[in-house]
Ligand binder design. Sequence first.
Ligand code: 2IT
Length: 444
Amino acid sequence: MNIEKIMQGLEAKHPGEMEYLQAVREVLSTITEVYNEHPEFEKAKIAERLVEPDRIFTFKVPWVDDKGEVQVNLGYRVQFNNAIGPYKGGIRFHSSVTLSILKFLGFEQIFKNALTTLPMGGAKGGSDFNPRGKSDAEVMRFCQAFMVELWRHIGPETDVPAGDIGVGAREVGYLYGMYRKLARENTGVFTGKGLEFGGSLIRPEATGFGGLYFVKQMLETAGHSLQGKTVAISGFGNVAWGAALKATELGAKVVTISGPDGYVYDENGISGEKIEYMVDLRLSCNDIVQPYAEKYGVPFFAGRRPWEVKVDIALPCATQNELNGNDARQLIANGVLCVGELSNMGCTPEAIDLLLDHKVMYGPGKAVNAGGVATSGLEMTQNAMHISWSAAEVDAKLQQIMSDIHEQCVRYGRQQDGYINYMKGANVAGFLKVAKAMMAQGVL
Ligand code: 2IT
């Protein structure tokens, strides 16, 4: 594989799409070795075919705000690859959303979904709509306007969206409601739905729970345990909440959460009702964590990130590129054991290189946060069977899936010296599954 040639081609066609190019380069550079062992991949131009989405829908989303003013946002759905199953991936509503962001997320989703062992292809969608400060009625009108365009492109066996940043249970409810009305069917085309209309138990917790099951296995494989470990978490949304719950349950102590305004340091541990308070913070739609510091009388560090705190485990749970080279250097200097990405592409390439060079355990988002979409896959199964499983059944399946993902990473990522390069392991395992499916189905 000639990576530079592929990258130059992509840069020329998609100039300035930095996040997308970053995600593609990371995957290609870790799969080169295995790619070159399969001359049939090169002949079939698997890499060149994999890096471009199958198709992208871009649409206008006009809606009326509470003052009666007309607002216009952009909406997208990137259907990246459906070689192993229907397109599957979340919808992100955030002011930072661009095509580059959604293409990187859709690309990552292909490999993540392949790792889950379930039949799901890769996709992502979203809008530059900013939910911050919006009323409930505005969110509803926006979701309905978004779905008026999107509904034609999705379906239970075609493309199954879910939540992501800015899209939680409330938004999924409004989006799904409009889909159901327009399509005149109730087939569960969204995941992350409310329990009353086809949602799965444990789906809200799944990304965080799955992440901690994975981190637990990473630690145990290296002869450590979660018991008594200190954990820095970034973000305060759904993923951070689930991670804090499970980390605490497994005996670790979570000492930070963060928002765009800064981070709070709670040395006594963020547990019990303090974790539930994170939900209030999120529902207030102000996108800040400072009120936590005021409520519980703990320090707040404005404009700073939690990676400067001395901890055993760092879990980025907020957004892409939220842990950079300087943050990694600080964590390493403080003796960090493990960095697990619960956000997608949470670490910059420089941060990853530093962690790998210093033999810090590093779990990439594709593996660590795959429990969310895996449980979405379980929601699809329950909908297709018209049944619902108990929380214990779903949790047991989630644990099994995270364990299978860990095993795949170890299989393809273990180095001669015993160190496990989870990034390489996850990329190679995910890639091989998709590449073999593409080979078997011909040039499409
Ligand atoms: O990044 C992700 O894996 C998600 N936002 C969840 C996607 C899904 O379809 O559940």
